[in-house]
Write a protein of this length. Structure first.
Length: 166
């Protein structure tokens, strides 16, 4: 009995050196993780965050990569069955800038850049190959531990005796 393990294909797209902090990009990316592609596009499209259009562009690029690779390699990938597998924003290089400060001094600050990576994969349908699973045997507790726990009784609460008034 040889089982054929079908590898789940992932398709990704990247947007590097985006002028935003990774923390702000993650706010939008966390909304779309695990969603179906169509629902993720709607979520990002109607988001009010400034990074939403960039993330929408990356998501559309990942979908196009999936359809392109499936045509080139002759794979059977259903674009309607894709979901967002991972969506991450990594730290890019920082731009060091100087802000004028009182009395001729200068304060340094950093402008952060982000690398946005979105990965989509095809969800396994219920009609796909069903893997037979045998339930693992449940190990019974040893009789020694069962007897010792049954033998122990909770200690009875002691009632406080009231002092008699003289």
């Amino acid at each position: 009995m040889a089982k054929t393990v079908e590898k789940i294909r992932e398709f990704r797209a990247e947007a590097k050196f985006q002028r935003t902090s990774p923390q702000k990009a993650k706010l939008v990316l966390d909304m779309i993780k695990g969603l179906r592609v169509e629902q993720a596009l709607n979520t990002v499209h109607f988001s009010t965050k400034r990074m939403a259009p960039v993330i929408e562009k990356v998501l559309r690029s990942a979908i196009q990569n999936a359809s392109y690779v499936s045509q080139e390699q002759g794979l059977d990938v259903d674009v309607d069955n894709l979901y967002v597998r991972t969506a991450i924003a990594n730290e890019g290089p920082r731009m060091k800038r100087i802000r004028p400060a009182p009395m001729g001094r200068a304060f340094r600050y950093q402008r952060r850049l982000a690398h946005i990576i979105v990965t989509v994969a095809e969800k396994k349908s219920a009609t796909a190959s069903v893997v037979e699973e045998t339930p693992a045997p449940v190990a019974a507790k040893s009789t020694k531990t069962a007897k010792s726990t049954a033998a122990k009784k909770p200690a009875a609460k002691k009632t406080a005796t009231k002092k008699s008034a003289k």
